[in-house]
Design a protein around this ligand. Sequence first.
Ligand code: PRP
Ligand code: URA
Length: 211
Amino acid sequence: MSEPKFFLFDHPLIQHKISILRDKQTSTKEFRELVNELAMLMAYEVTRDLPLKEVDIETPVAATKAKVLAGKKIALVPILRAGLGMVDGMLSIIPNAKVGHIGLYRDPNTLKPVEYYCKLPDDIQNREVILLDPMLATGGSASAAMTFLKERGIKNIKFVCLISAPDGIARLQQDHPDVPIFCAAKDERLNDHAYIIPGLGDAGDRLFGTN
Ligand code: PRP
Ligand code: URA
């Protein structure tokens, strides 16, 4: 089997936006805008392998063959809550994607993911799924979401996050080596509460203004 794929985005625009996102002074409004913009920028690279087909077109001056997307079907699946913040940015680049939702929260005592909601497009088995969650900490939530999707017959999954910790990456690469991980930052470690250090705090709270 081939090595698990891990893509770390080093584009200066992405790094700049991630730094503002981390800053505790950044407001909820700005945080939301940044997550949206980051998802949009990352969508560009995440869709790099989309297949193309050749069609005949006519420009104002000549007939020619041109490449267009072959129409591969995509579903975006945010892990609630924080994954919701990445949906609109992705949709602005992939407007025809359908959107499913998986509700998971991490129990603060056991750190295990607890599932509370799931609604997926009917034809999800025929789609490539882009699973979205800004934070990959222990990897418990993302791994559970991937297992859940695979149990529903989905074979083709990509995972997109903003900030990852080494533990979460190792966990996903062990549990789901077939799922490529795309992320904007790889941080140092987890603290005693399994928060990412330096991280950005609680992504859901910062996105929705709760605490
Ligand atoms: C956060 C985050 C991930 C999870 C990551 O969600 O959005 O889903 O934690 O942690 P893990 O890798 O250790 O599983 P949280 O459980 O805080 O739920 P929320 O989005 O509803 O606040
Ligand atoms: N979930 C978050 O929102 N932040 C972390 O640092 C870890 C898990």
